[in-house]
Write a protein that binds this ligand. Structure first.
Ligand SMILES: Cc1cc2nc3c(=O)[nH]c(=O)nc-3n(C[C@H](O)[C@H](O)[C@H](O)COP(=O)(O)OP(=O)(O)OC[C@H]3O[C@@H](n4cnc5c(N)ncnc54)[C@H](O)[C@@H]3O)c2cc1C
Length: 601
């Protein structure tokens, strides 16, 4: 939506309109767009507005690079930090109801990793709207798009990205294939320009703070179209996800005095991070929890007492009911409603929860997707990406809180502008090329018919002895993949865990995914058809993620390899670029002003 608005409001678009041209702009979403995950962001959006105390975008730049463990492209992070204040003020003009200071300026709060004077002390940099910043941004952008007359295709599922290759090998986008889930009809969408803005891939892991629609579709579409993903091995985990659900329990729970205990009742963080205890950095706490679980000192979720002992306790009992209610109302209610426990009396089971994918579809400063080969970038004509599915490389190996809404809005808007400039110069359209899109749509239609036909066959084939296959379905497959990924790659991994997971996917999950069919043959609103495509997309992304993690023989940022525990700048100060065939190439990191420093863990 930021890209659509950036396009419509650009100078180039004025020129296009002056020529009497009116390009069609269509925003496609597999959800009603206001249900997108952006709406659940609570904390805020970072910008060195300096409304509370003096701030400087260079400090924001430095924090972003350091937070990313030096895997950040510094020229891109400079754009992020320098243009952040303008982006936030632009959002304000679009109607985002930011919280205010007494003098009417936008209020700002402290956030982990955001500092003044290059790490000296915390700084109030994060603009917020109570604890609903994402909801505010999503609704404001939507309203602006509606006002500008942008067309929306709601609950259309994009199943294919159609890319052609010229004789030189140069890639060019031709359009999309979509499934209109309302009717079950497949359409080919001819498009000279496509922006992928499909969000993250949290559902790769069983325990995730992401909504369950985040199945990495855009990333898989790019891979399947022969393109690469950048730094996809880096996934940020938040240490305190409520067991079973993965819902975030705010860091404030520990800030107010909550303590983490293992199965023996030991306050183990004192052992891992003396002096910091429960309030050590997020990745340190997440790794410590996993180390306790791996050592057999985990606890089972009380909802599933015979299940795996893969949680630890968050003990909030000493705080007392009054404090819990007044200082941690969200935590208090979440635990009561979703775990059925009373945090004033009961221990709360928690485990690290998958929160953010740092890597994604590689893009340059104006959103253009590129391929990396022979040591250079080759742009894909007409293809753009923005938001969490993309990687402009501002988050490196670990993202700073409040930088991702900024990334999505800022680079999204830039993408729209560069798109407008491209349309302004557009040459004649090659109608014949669109036939390729129609052919892809016909193939997809056939696949979907087969999925639906499977349902009829199953129904008429009650005597099959293959009962297990009958029971299989996309939801079960996604749950099994989530458990496998959690085992192999959540918070920590090693060559052995990665290789075992790759093997299990190839031997078990991929063949199962191929065999899946729907259980009802109704084409309209058949959510199982979408789920089957999502499960297949997740498998594609999972394999790329495991391959990239396996190729990086070091630990950096959010990636911790137990068999290679140190950072290795000599060999791996580089972006991984992984393709669908799992070949991994390395692209140098752009370092301008800040040479890498050792990380203080
Ligand atoms: C609980 C939580 C709290 C967070 N808090 C913060 C915070 O305080 N500050 C911050 O900066 N960041 C925060 N983040 C991260 C941030 O919210 C996200 O990175 C960002 O909102 C992603 O925006 P997006 O537009 O890329 O994707 P999304 O908002 O997820 O939107 C993706 C869109 O793509 C569509 N889509 C996907 N696949 C398909 C397909 N195949 N066909 C058609 N449409 C498709 C979806 O329907 C959806 O409309 C938080 C994230 C979570 C999960």
């Amino acid at each position: 939506m930021s890209a659509a608005l950036g396009l419509l409001r650009s100078e180039s678009y004025e020129a296009i309109r002056a020529e009497g041209r009116e390009p069609d702009i269509l925003v496609v979403s597999k959800l009603q767009p206001l249900r997108s995950h952006t709406g659940s962001a609570e904390g805020g959006i970072a910008a060195s507005l300096g409304n509370i105390e003096h701030d400087d975008w260079h400090w924001h730049l430095y924090d972003t690079i350091k937070g990313g463990d030096w895997l950040v492209d510094q020229d891109m992070a400079a754009i992020l930090a320098e243009e952040a204040p303008r982006t936030v003020i632009g959002l304000e003009h679009d109607g985002v109801a930011f919280s205010r200071n007494e003098d009417g300026t936008i209020a700002q709060r402290l956030f982990g990793g955001h500092t003044a004077r290059f790490g000296e002390q915390p700084v109030h940099r994060t603009a917020y709207a109570a604890d609903r910043i994402g909801h505010q941004i999503l609704h404001s952008l939507w309203q602006q798009c509606v006002k500008e007359g942008v067309q929306f295709a709601e609950e259309w599922y994009v199943s294919d990205l159609v890319v052609s290759r010229g004789e030189s090998g140069a890639a060019k986008v031709l359009g999309l294939v979509v499934l209109d889930t309302h009717s079950g009809k497949v359409h080919g969408v001819h498009a000279d320009n496509v922006v992928l803005a499909t969000g993250g891939a949290g559902r790769l892991f069983h325990t995730t703070s992401n909504s369950w629609d985040l199945t990495g579709d855009g990333m898989a579409l790019a891979l399947e179209a022969g393109l690469q993903l950048e730094d996809i091995e880096f996934v940020q985990f938040h240490p305190t996800g409520l067991a079973h659900t993965g819902i975030l329990l705010s860091e404030a729970a520990r800030g107010e005095g909550g303590r983490l205990l293992n199965a023996d009742g030991e306050h183990f963080m004192d052992r891992y991070a003396p002096g910091h205890g429960d309030l050590a950095a997020r990745d340190v706490v997440s790794r410590s929890i996993m180390a306790e679980v791996d050592a057999g000192r985990g606890v089972a979720d009380p909802k599933d007492p015979d299940g795996p002992r893969d949680c630890v306790w968050l003990d909030l009992r000493a705080l007392g009911r009054d404090t819990l209610r007044s200082k941690l109302p969200e935590v208090y209610e979440t635990v009561r409603q979703y775990a059925g426990l009373d945090p004033a009396e009961d221990l709360v089971p928690i485990k690290p929860t998958a929160h953010y994918t740092m890597g994604g579809i590689p893009i340059g400063a104006d959103g253009n997707v590129y391929e990396w080969s022979d040591g250079v970038r080759h742009g894909v004509e007409g293809l753009f990406a923005a938001g969490e599915c993309s990687c402009v490389s501002v988050h490196g190996a670990n993202r700073l809180g409040a930088n991702s809404l900024l990334d999505a809005c800022l680079f999204g808007t830039r993408t729209g502008r560069s798109l407008a400039a491209r349309i302004a110069e557009a040459q004649d359209v090659d109608e014949a090329a669109y036939q390729t899109v129609d052919e892809a749509a016909a193939r997809r239609e056939h696949v979907i018919k087969t999925l639906l036909a499977g349902a009829t066959q199953d129904a008429g084939d009650a005597g099959r002895d293959d009962a297990d296959a009958d029971e299989d379905n996309a939801y079960r497959l996604m749950a099994d993949l989530g458990a496998l990924m959690e085992q192999a790659a959540a918070v920590r991994c090693s060559h052995d865990t990665l290789a075992a997971a790759r093997d299990a996917i190839e031997r078990d999950l991929l063949p199962r995914a191929e065999r899946l069919t729907a259980h009802s043959d109704t084409a309209a609103f058949n959510q199982e058809v979408t789920a089957i495509m999502e499960a297949r997309h997740l498998l594609t992304v999972a394999q790329a993620m495991l391959a990239a993690a396996d190729a990086r023989h070091e630990s950096r940022g959010a990636l911790f390899r137990t068999d290679c525990p140190s950072r290795d700048d000599e060999h791996f100060l580089a972006h991984s670029m992984v393709a669908e065939n799992h070949e991994v190439l390395w692209q140098p990191v752009t370092i301008t002003d800040y040479p890498p420093k050792a990380r203080a863990y």
